[in-house]
Structures are given as structure tokens and as C-alpha cells.
Ligand binder design. Structure first.
Ligand code: NAI
Ligand code: MG
Length: 365
């Protein structure tokens, strides 16, 4: 199906972003062969090193390529000592989110068999939730336009809009309904906020419950952010889909990743109504880059999320099947001890892990 091939904009970026992207693309090669699918890949240069060499982190053509593609596969961008004159780091992924209106940051937190869990409770192996980070407004709305008055006071502004909150809420309920079907249990969406103190969050919660009425088959609940930090450690297995504000989601998703083996196991998707970008939750990891020891699991699971999204969007069952097969292959490879990544004390290289997943997919590399 050359002509109706999916167009994928590939942005490997910096450091281990490049290494884990290579691993994920090897898995994608196998998916193509197994399912007779075609993915035309356009590699888009960008990142901190690109900025150092050219003065631009992500050229305009890069944004255009992302907008023209069916999906974007993104490694990681950034390098701690490469900075703009104002001292901040380059982060074109934040601009992509705003520009392509990728309001729904989907961060699944799921216990993978064989991967050590932070919690001792036997119930920790049941952890299977999704943090849904609103990714275009909240505390990041005026990101570059925060003010410092004299050397006396600094002010950032929180923005919550009705439009984005409605879309995020609908996304959350639809996601929960879909998960409920797969898991054979009733879905539950819990908004995480601070509505007891801030008007912006009271507004967000009010809109959330308005939208909840459209989804009688999914339960709706609310939880304060501070209590959620506690309960994600105390009883994470009780939660399903957790929509929240941008900064809260940023923090909670790292906490969540910590519960299930760390950043190397935490995939993510930035989804809008027209576009979507898939990337691991981690960064470029300068401390281990170039050594071939990065754990590509988060990236491979992000690839699976891409296939699932493409499958649902284009009504292509084979894509959704491929996504599930990749997840199952990851579970099997770690669960049976075929591999153990460096970040959990093992010795498997990036390539070893890709090969093990591919072998479990039923085809040698
Ligand atoms: P990081 O996620 O790159 O690394 C944090 C720690 O986790 C490091 O010790 C690293 O070795 C480890 N780690 C991360 N991913 C791993 C993997 N797949 N396998 C094994 N170990 C892994 O976060 P850090 O150090 O704060 O940021 C490094 C650079 O990446 C910075 O320039 C930052 O701005 C950028 N960054 C980019 C992101 C993106 O492109 N979406 C997200 C986060 C950071
Ligand atoms: Mg973060």
C-alpha cells in the first residue's frame, strides 16, 4: 500500500532521543512486514545540537513537516548547556504542542511484568492508569511572558479556558470508555485540581462535571492535587483516567513513572483534534547518551500508542492490533527475563531490548 502509506515525521532530536528512535523504528519495520502496512518516514532535523550549529532549534520546515504528517514520532530535544541568550533551554516540543493544539498529554502508568515496582504492596502489579496532562495552557499558558518587576517580584499567570477544558474532559471520558471496553470493567475519570483554593480550578471542575453528564456510562470524580500525590503512592491501583492542569500533570506523571520503573518505561502521546505527537516521557539523558545503554521501552511503547491512535482515527484494525502486539511483546520480553535494562540494574543494551521485543513479536531481527 505504497500510495496510502502513513506519513510519519521523525524527530530523533538529541542524546538518547536518537538512540531510542532508532530502536523504535526497527520495531516499526517489523510491524510493516507483519501487517502489510507502510510508513513513509521523513526525518526532521532539530534539537539543541541543531540550535548550536544553526541558531534555530526547529526550523520552520520542521513545523510544516509535522503539520503535514499523519503523526510525529519524537525522541527528545535539549542539552543542559545549550541555552538561549535568556538562559532558558531550547524546547521546541512545547512550541509544537501549542502550534498543533496538542492539548491532551496522555501518559499511561502501567506495571510491566518483570520490571521492579517502587511499592512493596502485591497490588502494585495492578497499576494501570493514565495521567491526562492538559498541555497547552494552565501554568504554561504565558510561559515566555512571565514578568519580573525590577528585582523585586516575579509573576506567572494561570489560564484555564472553557474550550480546552471541555475538549480535555471529553477526551478523558472517551479514553475511559475505550479502556473500560478493553479491560472489561467500568471506567472512571477523576479530575485532579485545587478547586478548594483557586477560582481557575473551581471553573475547571465545574466544566468537567458539565461534560461528565454526556457520559453516563463512565464514573466521574474529583481529587485534590496534594491528596493525589499521597494516594498515587498509597493506592495507585484504584485510579483510571486522571485529567489535570498542565503543571500538575507534569509533576504527577514523573511521580507515576517512578512507580513503575522510571522514565525508561513511561511512554506518552500529545494529542489534539487534528494532530498527534508520540514521545517517551524522558529527555536526552546526557549522562548516559552515546553509550548504547538507554532503555528504549518508553519509546517503543510510544510507537505502540501512535499505531493505536492511527488505527482508531483511520478505522484500521491492523494498526490497533499491531499496537497491542507491541505492548504484549514488551511485557513478554521483560516478564520472561529475556532482557533487563541498565536503569533497573540490568545489562541489556538499547539494541538488545529492541531485538528482544522484535523476537517476541514473532520475527527475528
Ligand atoms: P532525562 O529524562 O533526560 O534524564 C533523567 C535521568 O533519567 C537521567 O539520569 C537519565 O540517565 C535517566 N533516563 C532517562 N531516560 C532514560 C532511558 N530511556 N533509559 C535509561 N535511563 C534514562 O532528564 P534531564 O536530565 O532532566 O534532562 C536532560 C535534557 O533533556 C535537558 O536538556 C532537558 O531539557 C531535556 N528534556 C527533554 C524532554 C523532551 O524532549 N520531551 C523532556 C525532558 C527533558
Ligand atoms: Mg517533565
Amino acid at each position: 500500500m505504497k500510495d496510502n502509506a502513513f506519513r510519519i515525521a521523525v524527530m530523533p532530536g538529541d542524546g538518547i532521543g536518537i538512540e531510542v528512535t532508532e530502536a523504535a523504528l526497527a520495531v516499526l519495520d517489523v510491524v510493516e512486514r507483519r501487517h502489510g502496512l507502510a510508513f513513509r518516514r521523513e526525518t526532521v532535523p532539530g534539537g539543541a545540537i541543531h540550535y548550536r550549529e544553526t541558531g534555530v532549534a526547529l526550523p520552520e520546515e520542521g513545523f510544516k513537516a509535522a503539520e503535514a504528517a499523519d503523526a510525529v514520532l519524537f525522541g527528545a530535544m535539549g542539552w543542559p548547556d545549550v541555552r538561549y541568550p535568556d538562559g532558558t533551554e531550547i524546547a521546541p516540543q512545547l512550541d509544537l504542542r501549542v502550534r498543533m493544539e496538542l492539548y491532551a498529554g496522555v501518559r499511561p502508568i502501567r506495571a510491566i511484568p518483570g520490571v521492579p515496582l517502587a511499592l512493596a504492596s502485591p497490588r502494585a502489579s495492578e497499576i494501570d492508569l493514565v495521567i491526562l496532562r492538559e498541555s497547552t495552557e494552565g501554568m504554561f499558558a504565558l510561559r515566555k511572558d512571565g514578568v519580573v518587576e525590577g528585582d523585586r517580584l516575579a509573576r506567572d499567570t494561570m489560564v484555564i479556558t472553557r474550550d480546552v477544558t471541555e475538549r480535555l474532559s471529553r477526551f478523558a471520558f472517551r479514553l475511559a470508555a475505550r479502556r473500560a471496553e478493553r479491560r472489561g470493567q467500568r471506567g472512571k475519570v477523576t479530575i485532579v485540581d485545587k478547586a478548594n483554593v483557586f477560582r481557575s480550578f473551581a471553573f475547571m471542575r465545574k466544566i468537567f462535571y458539565e461534560i461528565a453528564r454526556e457520559f453516563p456510562d463512565v464514573d466521574a470524580a474529583h481529587h485534590y492535587i496534594d491528596a493525589m500525590a499521597l494516594d498515587l503512592v498509597r493506592r495507585p491501583w484504584d485510579f483510571d483516567v486522571l485529567p489535570t492542569e498542565n503543571l500538575f500533570g507534569d509533576i504527577l506523571s514523573d511521580l507515576g513513572a517512578g512507580l513503575v520503573g522510571g522514565m525508561g518505561f513511561a511512554p506518552s502521546a500529545d494529542v489534539g483534534d487534528a494532530h498527534a505527537l508520540f514521545q517517551p516521557s524522558h529527555g536526552s539523558a546526557p549522562d548516559i547518551a552515546g553509550r548504547g545503554i538507554a532503555n528504549p521501552t518508553a519509546m517503543i511503547l510510544s510507537l505502540a500508542m501512535m499505531l493505536d491512535w492511527l488505527g482508531e482515527r483511520h478505522g484500521m484494525e491492523s494498526c490497533a492490533t499491531a499496537a497491542q502486539e507491541i505492548e504484549d511483546a514488551v511485557d513478554a520480553a521483560f516478564g520472561a527475563g529475556d532482557v533487563r535494562s541498565h536503569d533497573i540494574g540490568g545489562r541489556s543494551s538499547t539494541g538488545d531490548i529492541a531485538k528482544a521485543v522484535i523476537a517476541r513479536l514473532g520475527e527475528a531481527a
